[in-house]
Ligand binder design. Structure first.
Ligand code: UD1
Length: 418
């Protein structure tokens, strides 16, 4: 099993470039089966969540080509299967995104309950309720969802919660539905607007993404497209926090600074100086700084849950006490025992963690338990005194491309060993 070995205590200095956002590429890959023509997505990272999604697409009959510059071409002309293989769906929660496009394209979809990060219950009731409102029938039998969209019609759908995945799934499910489908209480994450732009570039008529109401006017056909998804705001944010923790001077290129403004606002209250210019975010940090009093995760444009654990790692070595409230996923504090192993002082009660900053963390043997938590352990290791070993880094590989080479390039002492 691969692991990271980190000798902590080095400042970070240099430049890195972010690639396309995992959370955009995954729904876009699913949406690519909405046309029989070829779709190309550019600038995609080499991460295992994308590899698994490509395996699923290949499993239903798509021809896929991938080059070493991050271009992925999907040709779904010969799709022959309306069932997502159970093993693959269990590995990747995003396989649920395929329900909408499959129902649009083939009017049938059979999928097992999806897996993914073990963070909270992650139900899909909002996806299913929306599809049922559209007249799609769903039989839930022995772990499978058997869906039939032959009677699908335009609908007015009010989402119980602004779920990112449900918003995306319903947008994709309704692109061909005659009439006008209206979704209310939608998620406003930038990845939703990216999906809208992608669908419209293929000939769809979707508007309103980024606001809480999205309107989809049914069209009869979509065509192929070459598209560059938005950059990964969570990757940019992770390396911003890494710089804040280690001290140094790092330029992140290829980003959209506005997408990460909730983090910039927080870090600017510490000893970090952040300058944004076009697609560049420049972070200067003198290292240890005062704690942030409160961090509350919230739907976009609030503070993202996907950066909560990395921010917690920063708070463990800040001066003072910080209260972190996790409002999106109930079990996103699974990394806390690992951080405590490294000398952190954290108390968790329900969905709130109280972090008392210590002068330094020390190296330890720790285990990644999920994607973002794993990244936060790497950050803690970079800032700690001594040697840290992070095990089970396959979790990190789901979303971070080449984490060790990227950080080594910035001056960190980190190696991947098998
Ligand atoms: C997406 C992101 C994930 C991010 C999350 C929140 C992708 C591939 N993943 O996940 O990285 O952490 O948004 O920003 O884009 N919920 C329900 N019923 C549902 C659906 C969701 O109760 O049918 C709840 C969830 O349990 C959670 C909240 O709604 O408490 C938000 O979930 P959602 O926005 O759907 O997250 P994902 O789309 O799974």
């Amino acid at each position: 099993m691969s692991r990271y070995i980190i000798e902590g205590g080095r400042p970070l200095e240099g430049c890195l470039r972010v690639k396309a956002a995992k959370n955009s590429v995954l729904p876009l890959l699913a949406a690519s089966i909405l046309t029989e023509e070829k779709v190309v997505l550019r600038n995609c990272p080499e991460i295992s969540d994308i590899k698994n999604m490509l395996k699923i697409l290949a499993g239903i009959g798509c021809a896929i080509e991938r080059d070493d510059r991050g271009n992925i071409a999907i040709d779904s002309r010969d799709i022959y299967c309306e069932q997502i293989p159970c093993v693959l769906a269990k590995e990747l929660r995003s396989s649920v995104f395929l329900m909408g496009p499959m129902l649009s394209r083939m009017k049938r979809a059979k999928i097992s309950y999806p897996g993914g990060c073990e963070i909270g219950m992650r139900p899909i009731d909002i996806h299913l309720a929306g599809l049922r409102e559209m007249g799609i029938t769903i039989d839930e039998e022995s772990g499978y969802l058997d869906c039939d969209a032959t009677g699908a019609r335009a609908a007015q759908i009010l989402l119980d919660l602004p779920s990112v995945g449900a918003t995306e799934n319903l947008m994709m499910a309704s692109v061909f539905t005659p009439g006008v489908t209206v979704l209310r209480n939608c998620a406003k994450e930038p990845e939703i607007a990216d999906l809208q732009n992608f669908l419209n570039a293929m000939g769809a008529r979707v508007s309103g993404a980024g606001s809480s109401m999205i309107t989809i006017e049914g069209v009869t056909k979509l065509h192929g497209v070459a598209y560059t998804p938005i950059p990964d705001r969570i990757i940019a944010g992770t390396y911003m926090i890494a710089t804040a923790m280690c001290g140094g001077f790092v330029t992140i290129e290829g980003a959209i600074p506005e997408h990460i403004s909730s983090l910039t606002a927080k870090l600017s209250k510490t000893a970090c100086k952040i300058t944004c210019k076009n697609d560049k975010i420049i972070v200067r940090s003198k290292g240890r700084s005062k704690s942030l009093e409160r961090i509350d995760t919230m739907y976009y444009p609030g503070f993202p849950t996907d950066l909560q654990t990395q921010m917690m790692a920063l708070q463990t070595i800040s001066r003072g006490t910080s209260v972190i409230a996790e409002n999106i996923f109930e079990t996103r504090f699974k990394t806390v025992p690992q951080l405590i192993k490294m000398g952190a002082d954290i108390t968790v009660r329900d969905r709130t963690a109280v972090v008392k900053g210590v002068a330094k963390l020390h190296g330890a043997q720790v285990c990644a338990t999920d994607l973002r938590g794993g990244a936060s352990l790497v950050l803690a290791g970079l800032a700690a005194e001594g040697r840290t070993e992070v095990k089970d880094i396959y979790h990190i590989d789901r979303g971070y491309e080449d984490m060790a080479p990227v950080l080594s390039e910035l001056g960190a002492d980190i190696n991947r060993v098998v």
